[in-house]
Design a protein around this ligand. Structure first.
Ligand SMILES: Nc1ncnc2c1ncn2[C@@H]1O[C@H](COP(=O)(O)OP(=O)(O)OP(=O)(O)O)[C@@H](O)[C@H]1O
Ligand SMILES: O=c1ccn([C@@H]2O[C@H](COP(=O)(O)O)[C@@H](O)[C@H]2O)c(=O)[nH]1
Length: 238
């Protein structure tokens, strides 16, 4: 494999993907496979922080459409991301990889509170830092949390590992004629309104000059490939 381009990255993992072949919840085989990919990337010497979505369990907007207030629904969504982080942390540890879950909401019996210093210490000691509970605020998404945390810890890029292999001119799951982009600037991504990531995340990435690389986590070895500048992906930068 070619030399990795980055020293430190933030990997944003799709919560939805964690459901595996099920419609909902956490599929252990999927988590174990993702853990293996992260450990392989870590073995290249790259420092890795992770943010996981919650779409496999709860999304605030969906819960609120059923009568729960948006704020409570979003809190439920943030708690879903904590569950995903706990599951992945345990899988990493079972495979011998140091991992620490740091949440943006206080839950001392469950995991430690996120601080930049705690994340920094984990990364410097060779651990994978799992940054849970999004930003800790309702009305945001884990994509925005991923860009925010990446900027805070000085990551070289956000690797958005999702269930599509890049940014398309339209949702490829709905439009078979959608065209995939190899490259986009942040401004083009914002102007296009591409729903693969929310506008707040793209705007913050533009402001902080952070590249976002969108690729499919379903492709075996994709994290390692993207880290060495190969692999099928859309790079949003510049
Ligand atoms: N223009 C587009 N290009 C690529 N994907 C798109 C586009 N518009 C919508 N999508 C959809 O965006 C989805 C990926 O983003 P989304 O934030 O929903 O998922 P995720 O981040 O993988 O999940 P989670 O929120 O659980 O972490 C894909 O499933 C794809 O169908
Ligand atoms: O900063 C944040 C991040 C997330 N949420 C809530 O969690 C769910 C799940 O996150 P996804 O990014 O959609 O996977 C999200 O729908 C929000 O309800 C939040 O409130 N604040």
């Amino acid at each position: 494999m070619a030399e990795p381009i980055y020293r430190r990255v933030l990997v944003k993992l799709s919560g939805e993907y964690f459901a595996g072949p099920q419609d909902y919840g956490i599929d252990q085989a999927t988590i174990d496979r993702v853990a293996g990919e992260l450990i392989a990337a870590r073995s290249l010497g790259i420092e890795i922080a992770v943010v996981i979505g919650g779409g496999n369990i709860f999304r605030g907007v969906e819960v609120s459409a059923r009568g729960v207030s948006r704020t409570t629904g979003d809190t439920m969504g943030m708690l879903a991301t904590v569950m995903n982080c706990l599951a992945l942390a345990e899988a990493l540890q079972r495979h011998g990889q140091k991992a620490r879950t740091l949440a943006a909401l206080m839950m001392p019996e469950v995991c430690e509170l996120y601080t930049r210093a705690a994340a920094e210490q984990t990364l410097r000691e060779g651990g994978i830092a799992l940054l849970a509970a999004g930003t800790g605020n309702p009305y945001f998404t884990t994509d925005t949390a991923a860009v925010l945390r990446a900027a805070e810890i000085g990551a070289g890029a956000v690797l958005k590992a999702t269930n599509v292999d890049g940014v398309y001119s339209a949702d490829p799951k709905l439009d078979p004629n959608a065209k995939r982009f190899e490259k986009l600037t942040h401004s083009e991504a914002l102007a296009g309104g591409y729903k693969v990531m929310d506008a707040t995340a793209f705007a913050l990435a533009r402001e902080t000059s952070l590249p976002i690389i969108v690729f499919s986590i379903a492709e075996p070895g994709s994290i390692g490939a993207v880290l060495s500048g190969a692999g099928r992906a859309t790079v949003v930068a510049g």
